[in-house]
Design a protein. Structure first.
Length: 158
């Protein structure tokens, strides 16, 4: 079962009123927050504790989208944006760590910021499509562990 704040298609596309979309599922009162699993972060305030669960990240991005970003772009647009952001990471990696020379204009590029952009858009897509990333990564790691338990350890190339 996914997190209760993940968006339905209607919510993601702005087909619901502000009161009906994702914000209505985020606890608003102190009593609701105290009953919540964790404190809601205000995405516009400085984060004092840099430790955030994946679930908290999904909720924080959902809150940011519904307050600052107004609404989610559709899934196809966000997929294109994800590819664009991955391309920016690839450009930095190829020029800074790979064999391509780094252009003067690329030297100020912030790899961490570009990786954060990739993560942001990926989380948006997860929220839009109802994917609980915590459950998904747990399931994926179990699959990899069963499939690859001896594969890498026995690989003479490693």
């Amino acid at each position: 079962m996914g997190s209760p704040w993940l968006l339905s298609g209607a919510e993601a596309h702005g087909e619901m009123s502000e009161g009906q979309r994702g914000l209505s599922k985020i606890p608003k009162s102190k009593s609701q927050v105290s009953k919540s699993k964790f404190q809601i972060r205000n995405p516009n305030s400085e984060i004092k504790n840099s430790h955030m669960t994946i679930e908290q990240l999904q909720q924080t991005i959902n809150q940011w989208i519904n307050t600052t970003g107004v609404r989610y772009f559709n899934e196809l647009t966000n997929t294109a944006l994800l590819m664009e952001e991955v391309g920016e990471v690839a450009r930095i990696m190829a020029r800074r760590y790979g064999e391509q020379s780094e252009k003067e204009s690329d030297k100020g590029a912030d790899l961490a910021d570009e990786m954060a952009d990739v993560l942001f858009v990926l989380v948006c897509l997860a929220n839009q499509t109802g994917i609980d990333l915590t459950a998904a990564i747990d399931k994926n790691l179990k699959k990899k562990t069963l499939r690859d338990k001896d594969r890498h350890r026995l690989n003479p190339k490693l």
